[in-house]
Write a protein that binds this ligand. Structure first.
Ligand code: AMP
Length: 281
């Protein structure tokens, strides 16, 4: 496995691969890789000839009071995991390599970003779209792999690719969980042992919401109210949002008539965690 820190190094590799007619997969990450990331890398390795994993804690997708500085980083461990799951190249740029000091072009989206995480993180998706668009351009990827763990992000990226005619196939991959149900996340490392136990309310609420819809409940507010009650019963948890939107246009919806995304963000202590399920109907 190779490591590149500059855009031109990545382009050299990709040009050589393309000359051989090889299919290139891209897995964008912020590092501190776990089994969730590993599932994306493995899928990419199974479906593509070459796999580029980017490890970049993207400053533009963090708000001013968010955890950009303290976000966990362990590049050596990331390389070991990426290589063991089939990555060909890890792209690990400095922020200055990705953003010139006078960079003034960003990818912004009018729709899809006003709900869910877009409400509490108003500049987040502008940063996500910009960096993902740049990574797709840099890696010349034929396919790009994203987790349903960040379901709104998956929908946003799909829409951006469609709207901007980016020549890449976006592949969504299922949420990978711990044995007890907690969705794997680099941010789980922030949790104390008590908070780690309390964090199970997210997946419990997800299971309850899904069971209600599977049982025939079609009133969105009733589903959400039950989920909120479960979370509010946990003293260490504080709800940011528990909402239902259309999948995949991320518009508010009150009844379960077509495919819906039920998503939540919950602070456990000071750590903000997310989880969701998609009901395809
Ligand atoms: P991150 O490093 O958190 O930006 O995540 C990079 C990619 O990995 C995103 O597409 C995430 O949705 C995906 N991902 C993170 N955690 C999980 C998980 N538990 N299951 C599946 N995909 C995940």
């Amino acid at each position: 496995m190779q490591i590149a820190t500059t855009v031109s190094e990545v382009r050299q590799h990709v040009r050589a691969w393309k000359r051989e007619g090889l299919i290139v997969g891209l897995v964008p990450t912020m590092g501190f890789l776990h089994e969730g990331h590993a599932s994306l890398i493995e899928r990419a390795a199974a479906e593509c000839d070459r796999v580029v994993v980017s490890v970049f804690v993207n400053p533009t997708q963090f708000g001013p009071n968010e955890d950009f500085e303290s976000y966990p980083r362990d590049f050596r461990a990331d390389c070991a995991l990426a290589e063991s799951r089939g990555a060909t190249l890890v792209f690990h740029p400095e922020p200055s390599e990705m953003y010139a000091s006078d960079a003034c072009t960003f990818v912004d989206m009018d729709g899809l970003t006003g709900q869910l995480c877009g409400k509490s993180r108003p500049t987040h998706f502008r940063g996500v779209c910009t960096v993902v668009c740049k990574l797709m351009n840099i890696a010349g990827a034929d396919r790009a792999y994203f987790g349903q763990k960040d379901a709104q992000q998956l929908a946003v990226v799909r829409r951006m690719v469609r709207d901007l005619n980016i020549d890449v196939e976006v592949v969504g991959c299922p949420i990978v969980r711990e044995d007890d149900g907690l969705a794997k996340s680099s941010r789980n490392t922030y949790l104390s042992p008590e908070e780690r136990t309390a964090a199970l309310v997210l997946s419990r609420a997800v299971r309850e919401g899904r069971a209600l819809i599977e049982g025939g409940e079609r009133d969105g507010e009733r589903v959400l109210a039950a989920m909120r009650r479960t979370i509010e019963a946990e003293p260490l948890a504080r709800i940011d949002y528990v909402d239902m939107v259309t999948w995949d246009s991320i518009e508010p919806v009150r009844r379960v008539d077509g495919p819906v995304l039920v998503a939540l963000a919950v602070y456990v202590g000071t750590t903000r965690l997310i989880d969701n399920f998609i009901w395809e109907g």
